[in-house]
Design a protein around this ligand. Structure first.
Ligand SMILES: C[S@@+](CC[C@H](N)C(=O)[O-])C[C@H]1O[C@@H](n2cnc3c(N)ncnc32)[C@H](O)[C@@H]1O
Length: 242
């Protein structure tokens, strides 16, 4: 029986496994982050103050933001290993970068009140699914208050359950089968670590549930901008507008 791999342990002790997932682009970061650049270009014609939650090594974020007008970048992650790489990767942005080792849940305990109403964009990529439904609900309520009241945008990139996947096990069966079949460079040992982490820590919702949760938490416009062909992941946009 392999050790249970909760997020802090997995992304600190086994970061090299996730690094391999990034290197082989198994979670389609390349395409998703190209879309992210396009989304930010069309959303903002002003310098962007940015907060990223669960930023990891920020390698794809740094590429997606290069060439955009970024006023400041604030990143939060629980993995010191990931943050060390993020520090190197974000140098090229040429703006003020603050990186904090912390748990983004609950957000109000990590970010001081001075950041209320202050971010143009809050990005959370492949990290929100670690919260259960009640925690996601509370998270959206908290995040809302840190966005600028006039056109602040939360962007959620994450794994999602299919419409017909009413329980988590259906999703887990499908996603783990996809990894076994398509992540061909993953060794059997690495698969066991991934399986242990995913089975204990992944709680994805359906796209429609996330949209409902957004409207429930006062967001004025919530849209799904992208779903991948395998229906494993989506990019969602939540606008705070007055
Ligand atoms: C799957 S990785 C995604 C990293 C990066 N955002 C990406 O898209 O490649 C999840 C990241 O979220 C971080 N994370 C997970 N739960 C967290 C929490 N509650 N607070 C802070 N960081 C968290 C992990 O340490 C890890 O770096």
């Amino acid at each position: 029986m392999s050790k249970i791999m909760y997020p802090r342990e997995f992304f600190t002790e086994q970061w090299q496994v996730y690094q391999k997932v990034l290197d082989f682009d198994y979670m389609s970061h390349q395409g998703i982050y190209n879309c992210l650049t396009a989304i930010l270009k069309s959303s903002f014609n002003r310098p962007i103050t940015m907060l990223e939650l669960g930023c990891g090594d920020a390698s794809y974020t740094a590429k997606a933001l290069s060439g955009l007008n970024i006023a400041s970048y604030y990143g939060i992650d629980i993995s010191p290993v990931a943050l060390e790489s993020a520090n190197n990767n974000l140098h090229s942005l040429g703006c003020q970068v603050v990186l904090v080792e912390a748990d983004f849940n609950p957000l109000g305990q990590q970010l001081s009140q001075e950041y209320l109403n202050s971010f143009d964009c809050i990005l959370i990529s492949f990290a929100l699914h670690h919260l259960n439904l009640a925690q996601k609900d509370k998270f959206l309520a908290e995040v809302f208050d840190f966005l600028k009241p006039e056109n602040g945008q939360l962007i959620v990139i994450d794994v999602m359950r299919r419409e017909q996947e009413n329980d988590l096990y259906a999703y887990l069966d499908r996603y783990l089968a996809h990894i076994r079949q398509d992540w061909t460079q993953i060794t059997p040992e690495e698969y066991l670590l991934l399986e242990s982490h995913i089975s204990s820590s992944d709680f994805p919702e359906k796209v429609e549930e996330m949209i409902e949760l957004g409207y429930k938490n006062k967001f004025n416009k919530v849209e799904c901008l992208y779903v991948d062909p395998l229906e494993t992941m989506a990019t969602l946009s939540f606008w705070r507008t007055s």
